[in-house]
Design a protein around this ligand. Sequence first.
Ligand SMILES: Nc1ncnc2c1ncn2[C@@H]1O[C@H](COP(=O)(O)OP(=O)(O)OP(=O)(O)O)[C@@H](O)[C@H]1O
Ligand SMILES: [Mg+2]
Length: 312
Amino acid sequence: MSKEILLEVKNLSVDFGRGKKAFRAVDDVSFNIYKGETFGLVGESGSGKTTIGRAIVRINEASEGEIRFQGRKISGKLSRDEDRFVTERVQMIFQDPMASLNERAKVDYIVSEGLYNIKGFKSEKERKEKVEKALLDVGLLPEFASRFPHEFSGGQRQRIGIARTLVMEPELIIADEPISALDVSIRAQVLNILSLLKKTKSLTYLFVAHDLSVVRFITDRIAVIHKGKIVEMAESEELFKMPMHPYTKSLLSAIPLPDPIAESKKKLYVYDPNIHEYDLDPPKWVEIKPEHFVLANKKEVEMYKVAYAQGG
Ligand SMILES: Nc1ncnc2c1ncn2[C@@H]1O[C@H](COP(=O)(O)OP(=O)(O)OP(=O)(O)O)[C@@H](O)[C@H]1O
Ligand SMILES: [Mg+2]
């Protein structure tokens, strides 16, 4: 894989509310996404994953830091042209397919909405063709364009959600927990569609999930986020083999084991952020091993280095 950086998130913070009531949902987050990779962002509910996605597509404002796409700044105040530059290249699939589609609009309109916003077609015929193609790409019949969202199942609705991003022919898709709300039986279908599309359309994904097991086999690298801060980042295989941060370990221990006896005897790992006196020895972002980063204080860095020396 080439290592061309497509998206750079640098020291991003996002605050909600003002003054004393301000709440920092995303706290000094930095990562790069390389062209062609699937980058996983994993953390529990409320950790700030959606907020990061929404900051990238400019629904949420960055309070601090900046975001770049192909080297061009896409956060902060943008001109109309710059705004269009991002919209054409970065699209987001929203978390809950039951809530994210406009119930009163037909599929034709829902899929076209982005095109209308950027006037991305020359004629009505061209628009219709684009919608048809996007529906076919996600395995839906073109006839579905004249129907309303309530006529579809959860899996089909999520495909409509994917079609509305595809119609824009983006380069980066932010897939915000695209399968969490779906029945287990149809999750694989949607994942297969996403992975096929990635190949045929040379896409790059930021894939958001709250469960590490979901992203294990589909991501190249993973960043683990806890309470608005990224605590660890590594290549997926490496993260599963050599998790360092206690929060990553707690997420890994929460994955059910296939063997019921082993599962019933398993010790759950609970993350206590106070264990290493962060007040006295504050944590920093450290590259423990090439491409393996962890948020750790001095004491922890020493510990991790020993673990590494022993483990591989
Ligand atoms: N518009 C908003 N106004 C105020 N607070 C918000 C807003 N959006 C998000 N938050 C808060 O920011 C924090 C992060 O929310 P976010 O939706 O990014 O979490 P998440 O990691 O996507 O969680 P989930 O897995 O449940 O989707 C939460 O505490 C949430 O309540
Ligand atoms: Mg979310």
